[in-house]
Ligand binder design. Sequence first.
Ligand code: PMP
Ligand code: GLN
Length: 382
Amino acid sequence: MHSKLPRIGTTIFTVMSQMAKDFGAINLSQGFPGFDADPKLLELVAHFTTKGFNQYAPMSGIPELREIMAEKTMRCYGFLPDPVEEITIVSGATEAIFCAITAVVDPGDEVILLEPAYDSYEPAVILSGGIPIHVDLKPGEFSIDWEKVRHAVNFKTKALVINTPHNPSGYVWTEEDLKQLASLVRDRDIYVISDEVYEHITFDGRTHFSLVGHEELREKTFVCGSFGKTFHVTGWKIGYCIAPKDLMAEFRKVHQFVTFSTVTPIQYALAEYLKDAAHYEGVSSFYEKKRDFFFEGLKKTGLEIIPAQGSFFQMAYFGHLSKISDRELAERMTQQLKVACIPVSSFYHDKQDPKFIRFCFAKEEDELEEALNRLQGLSKIL
Ligand code: PMP
Ligand code: GLN
């Protein structure tokens, strides 16, 4: 049969999680927390499911959740979006990104993707008949090479997908990055899809600069977020999109035929839970302790690492230790050391291999400790 996505197979996250299961390995591959959410949040969901909040929610999300999200956006980023016309609750950031890309990309349009890139961007562009244009981030820190991005822009460029804090590298955009982006899209009809799912996970005092907080950029941007990452509930698949009224109108036309609306009782629970800002303001320091613990242990394995600036991932370079591919290393680690990770080549369309692997450190300390003990045997498998 003809395939609309001939180059796409099963995602690396599914492949490595399955391999971890098959070999009884500690799974630091796919990004999901190894601990549960706050019992208060779980109780709220139980409350709303048993009190009959179980039918379709409004297409754009329940007003209570959109209103508290507007307030939260004001509190965090200094801008108050209109909860009626500028915020939509969706079934995960993946849906938000898909709907935003589908809403703006026409056949033949070029969309700039910065690689390594999260795997859902490119298929969404291709399904709309768009042409992905790949620009590499600077290897090492994985910051933005603005010169290269500028070169990639032309009259066919319809959109740019960005991600801060970045998966897999953890790079956090600076104010200067926002300035560069603003000057790039100024006077051009280019939209920005801003994947900010790790907005509440930044380290060493770094600020997350949301594009919704930038006066000029927010006029052209779909900000996509996920409650799954912030509240340790990735399996709930619930997120949001913030965009100006005219963009949001088009976004909703797609959203209403992708999922129509999003799980009702969880929306009510989140609307209540978000009233206490401490529930999201403490997430960075919670993860920073895990980052530090994991980083210190990983240093002793011989891998070359620079501490992640944000997200719950730590990248590690192994090119000075071995010439094997990152995929081979990830497989040997899973099978022989019993620790699973993600080969970073999977985040490149051409599977280029800059010799990095990615670990998820969103785990309990004893699990991380055991993984670190096992990783001390790294030299034996190279
Ligand atoms: N973007 C990035 C960068 C991610 O890491 C994830 C997590 N899987 C997503 C989007 C998707 O988020 P969600 O699970 O809310 O769809
Ligand atoms: N975002 C998660 C990661 O990067 C994976 C989510 C998924 O499996 N699609 O590991």
